[in-house]
Design a protein around this ligand. Structure first.
Ligand code: NAD
Length: 266
């Protein structure tokens, strides 16, 4: 199975290339970067401190996409939508880890699942996907006496907030409570905010240092507080999950899938 990595010189792109090179039964078929990138023309092995692969970074995405079975995309929303369109045109499956999509962009991305295999997850770690399931379950059991707050921390370079994972956890909690997240969420608090509305799902965002990704879902009542926490210490967990998802695409009919589908979690 051939796997191509778009955005291969990024923090995740390099991890993904290393993971593909280390995985049996799959072959690294190419890597792309933005036009004008200093990495265009560089051997993919150089990016991951490995031996030369004979494949160089290219800015011609279509050339990689049309000759591979699946691409993995951890770039930026606008860029991912261009890649998803090219992938759909060539019948190449696509695994998307990019976060920060607007509601309109997300609708556009979902539509590519009508005729192509697309796996999209805000977080590809097994632990976070378990956390999503547990959050939904806890929210269905603990009533509105338990205030739900979602706290996340990431490295200083992250450009979107709250994180895609925090929002996915909010969706899981809202599903458990059988409410619409948009109707009950507070994404930012500042100034005289007044008392906390009952049934609200709150978010708090921390940024700093090299933190790979930490998420806590709190259920805070008068006499007790229940917390579920996940801490990622190494980007390798996301890369391993994305490559597992890429391998899984071979046996799938067209559709828009999540990592919970890949792992078989309900
Ligand atoms: P990054 O900025 O290090 O990497 C993005 C790469 O995409 C850069 O190298 C950039 O040059 C490249 N790029 C931009 N335009 C391009 C184009 N037209 N063609 C090809 N490449 C292009 O960012 P990162 O930390 O690797 O994160 C990337 C995305 O992945 C973010 O949205 C982040 O939130 C998300 N992420 C998701 C998970 C997950 O498990 N789903 C985990 C970590 C990060």
């Amino acid at each position: 199975m051939k796997i191509g990595i778009v955005g291969v010189a990024g923090r995740m792109g390099r991890m993904l290339a290393a993971e593909v090179l280390a995985t049996k039964g799959v072959e690294l078929s190419g890597g792309t970067e933005a036009p004008g990138s200093e990495f265009v023309g560089v051997d993919l092995g150089t990016l991951v401190a490995a031996a030369d692969t004979g494949l160089v970074v290219t800015d011609r995405a279509e050339a990689v996409i049309e000759t591979t079975d699946v691409i993995i995309d951890f770039t930026a929303p606008k860029v991912t939508l261009v890649h998803a369109e090219l992938a759909a045109r060539h019948g190449t499956a696509i695994v998307v880890g990019t976060t920060g999509f607007s509601a309109e962009q997300l609708t556009e991305l979902c539509k590519f699942g009508d005729g192509n295999v697309i796996v999209h997850a805000a977080n590809f770690s097994v632990g976070v996907n378990l956390l999503l399931g547990l959050t939904e379950q806890a929210a269905s059991i603990l009533d509105e006496d338990y205030d739900i707050e979602i706290v996340e921390m990431h490295h200083r370079h992250k450009v979107d907030a709250p994180s895609g994972t925090a929002l996915a956890l909010g969706e899981a909690a809202a599903t458990g409570r059988e409410v619409n997240l948009d109707d009950v969420s507070t994404r930012v608090r500042d100034g005289i905010t007044g008392p906390r509305p009952s049934g609200n799902i709150g978010f708090a965002t921390l940024r700093g240092g090299g933190v790979v990704g930490e998420h806590t879902v709190m259920f805070a009542a008068d006499g007790e507080r229940f917390e579920l926490t996940h801490k990622a210490a190494d980007r390798g967990v996301f890369a391993a999950g994305a490559v597992r998802a890429a391998k899984w695409t071979t046996s799938q009919a067209p559709g828009y899938y999540s990592m919970r589908d890949v792992l078989g979690f309900v």
